[in-house]
Design a protein around this ligand. Structure first.
Ligand SMILES: [Zn+2]
Length: 424
């Protein structure tokens, strides 16, 4: 008997997988043909109201998760206005596309995670699908816009008619909304007439706004608040703060804002943030993020003592105690001599004066509330930075918003809901 040789296990795996895919694609094609043969005959109407007539079958390339599957469907045309329709494409959610819903879902996910070239490699490696990077870009952005449309429809319905199935909040849960902005590098054409932070006054980026909604019940061993695991959902876009305010409000409503006994709004203290809080969350405890406040304190120290200066411990103690008027008196005792620095200094002091009520940190800590907006900062990195701010990237606002919508949906755990809603 011949000695049994060790098999090339990986080669077996590859071969069998290829064969299963090929066989599977054939089965899928037969299933589709069978469904078409036995489907109930329906009258197909044109938009103009006329009955459309069948003009025979047309085949099209269809890429499924199993590979290319044979597919042909009836072509209908209106005798009055010559409009055409492929009813089977409509039923299968493959209008004007050669990718099955399953493949589009993979393309959207892959394209939302990494650069499109990398996504093409990933799809080939993990799913055996050979698709060009450009196609992944196009389809991922397309799906992103559909996600955005789905979210907008929900938002509108919610604002018109209220939440139809509000989630149950745990008793005692504290309800947080937090939001911030981060710059997304965009193409020159998106920046016409905009002033920016570059040395010559030009801009390189547009601000994407990101909002988080999360809840908190537990405290850690040291008595600090702990975010409920998996409770964070995100919304975001490059858009005006007015539109963003409504977007965030709708998300908070969807998450159960109505039932929350304690609502906290955590922001960086910028003026548009305050307007959003006053407009949409008037009953919330508004807290200005302690770390942003530290930064402004450091800015004052630098105006007085140069680039290396740090804020004295006494100032930081006053800040953490929430003794803002004392802090302003102490830090503002001396003003820099140059007019420019003096102006900058007064601006910083006003920041503290304007936000004093939102900086009652000692009181907030006693209430066991978060005083730092770490969640939204991490969110800005994860949702936006990691995908949209890599070196060499230049986005169109339309493309960036599609990918932001996609990532918010995925990272909020709602991607499955989106596809389920489409299938309905
Ligand atoms: Zn017609």
């Amino acid at each position: 008997m011949a000695a049994r040789r060790t098999p090339d296990f990986e080669a077996w795996e590859t071969l069998v997988l290829q064969a299963s895919r090929q066989g599977g694609a054939g089965v899928l094609g037969s299933l589709l043909a069978h469904w078409q043969e036995h489907a109930r005959r329906e009258v197909i109407l044109c938009d103009c109201g006329e009955q459309m007539s069948s003009r025979g079958r047309r085949s099209k390339r269809l890429l499924t998760t199993l590979g290319a599957a044979p597919f042909a469907r009836s072509f209908y045309q209106c005798q009055q206005c010559h409009q055409a329709r492929f009813p089977d494409d409509e039923r299968l959610d493959i209008i004007n596309t050669t990718y099955s819903p399953g493949v589009r879902r993979l393309m959207a996910r892959a394209g939302s995670q990494t650069q499109f070239e990398q996504a093409a490699d990933d799809l080939l490696c993990y799913a055996g699908l050979k698709i060009e990077a450009r196609e992944i870009e196009r389809v991922a952005e397309d799906v992103g816009r559909q996600v955005e449309q789905w979210l907008c429809d929900q938002q509108e319905e919610l604002l018109d008619r209220g939440v139809n199935a509000p989630p149950k909040l745990e008793p005692g849960a504290k309800f947080y909304v937090s939001f911030d902005g981060t710059g997304v590098p965009v193409r020159k054409s998106e920046l016409a007439g905009r002033r920016g932070k570059q040395a010559d006054g030009s801009a390189r980026t547009r601000e994407a706004k990101l909002g988080c909604v999360f809840t908190q019940i537990a405290l850690d061993k040291e008595g600090y608040p702990q975010r409920d695991p998996d409770s964070t959902t995100y919304v975001g876009a490059i858009e005006s703060s007015t539109l963003f305010g409504w977007r965030l409000y709708a998300e908070a409503m969807r998450r159960g804002l109505d039932q929350a006994k304690t609502v906290i709004a955590l922001t960086d203290g910028a003026r548009y943030n305050r307007t959003i809080v006053q407009t949409h969350f008037p009953d919330a405890i508004h807290i200005v993020d302690l770390f942003h406040a530290y930064e402004h304190l450091t800015a004052i120290a630098r105006l007085l003592g140069g680039q290396e200066a740090k804020a004295p411990k006494a100032w930081r103690n006053l800040l953490e105690a929430g003794a803002i008027s004392r802090l302003v008196r102490k830090a503002g005792k001396q003003l820099p001599t140059s007019a420019k620095s003096k102006k900058a200094m007064l601006k910083e002091l006003h920041y503290f004066e304007n936000n004093a009520f939102q900086m009652r940190y000692a009181e907030f800590r006693q209430l066991k509330l978060f005083v730092g907006s770490g969640v939204v900062e991490a969110g800005c990195r994860t949702v936006i930075g990691e995908r949209l701010k890599q070196s060499g990237m230049r986005w169109s606002v339309r493309g960036a918003n599609a990918i932001i919508a996609l990532r918010c949906c995925l990272l909020s755990g709602r991607f499955e809901d989106f596809w389920a809603a489409r299938a309905r």
